[in-house]
Design a protein around this ligand. Structure first.
Ligand SMILES: *[C@@H]1O[C@H](CO)[C@@H](O)[C@H](O)[C@H]1NC(C)=O
Length: 209
């Protein structure tokens, strides 16, 4: 008698819409709002001068936290944002392909890819996170539910640093709508403020969306 499990892979491949020979588009972080929703959310954000950096440390935002088994948040995002990502028993990505939507570059080594915090940790600190609990900051730094984490070219992530959109925008202008919508969504979800230059930059980035 055949085990019903023999049919399981076939059944799953029928369910799996990615089985088509056409390559699936690069996965995007979840819950990116439409342009009009992002414009409404931006209008609702508190506008305040940039707060103090005093007391800030990356260690106050624990990451990368364990998500499941041996996999931490970075490894989960590498898998989510890449294609054909193979991981070893410790969850390290041993092969795969990563498209960086900030600059359009493609990488085949995980070491060339950083997981960007869309709203950088120190930017969050200066716009409200200094008063949070450590647990809240850990949630923010490891958030897989909002568009806060994205796999991008490491050099581009480093060029961004802790800059907001008023000081740094991704090289691909075609990504401005998505970038601004992600930024606004995260600030909105976490009740973080924007400064006035940041707000007007985001308004112009979202104007054509
Ligand atoms: C949002 O942040 C401001 C300033 O820190 C605070 O006064 C307000 O209570 C917060 N709102 C919510 C819903 O947490």
């Amino acid at each position: 008698m055949k085990s019903p499990f023999i049919l399981l892979p076939l059944f799953l491949s029928i369910l799996n819409t990615n089985a088509s020979p056409i390559p699936a588009p690069a996965p995007v972080p979840p819950n990116i709002p439409s342009g009009s929703t992002a414009r409404s959310q931006l209008a609702a954000l508190r506008v305040a001068p940039v707060g103090s950096q005093t007391g800030y440390s990356r260690d106050l935002f624990p990451h990368w936290s364990t998500q499941s088994g041996t996999c931490n948040t970075r490894e989960v995002v590498l898998k989510r944002d890449g294609t054909n990502v193979v991981q070893d028993s410790s969850c390290a990505a041993t092969s795969g392909r990563w498209y960086s939507p900030f600059d359009g570059a493609v990488w085949t080594q995980a070491s060339d890819v950083d997981i960007d915090h869309m709203v950088p940790l120190s930017n969050a600190w200066k716009s409200g996170a200094s008063s949070w609990t450590t647990a809240r900051r850990e949630q923010f730094a490891n958030d897989l539910s909002n568009p806060q984490l994205i796999a991008v070219t490491d050099d581009v992530n480093q060029a961004k640093g802790d800059k907001g959109p008023e000081d740094w925008r991704p090289p691909l202008t075609s990504y401005y709508c998505t970038y601004a919508a992600m930024w606004v969504k995260v600030k909105y979800e976490y009740n973080l403020s924007v400064n006035s230059a940041e707000k007007s930059t985001l308004q112009s980035m979202l104007s054509g969306c």
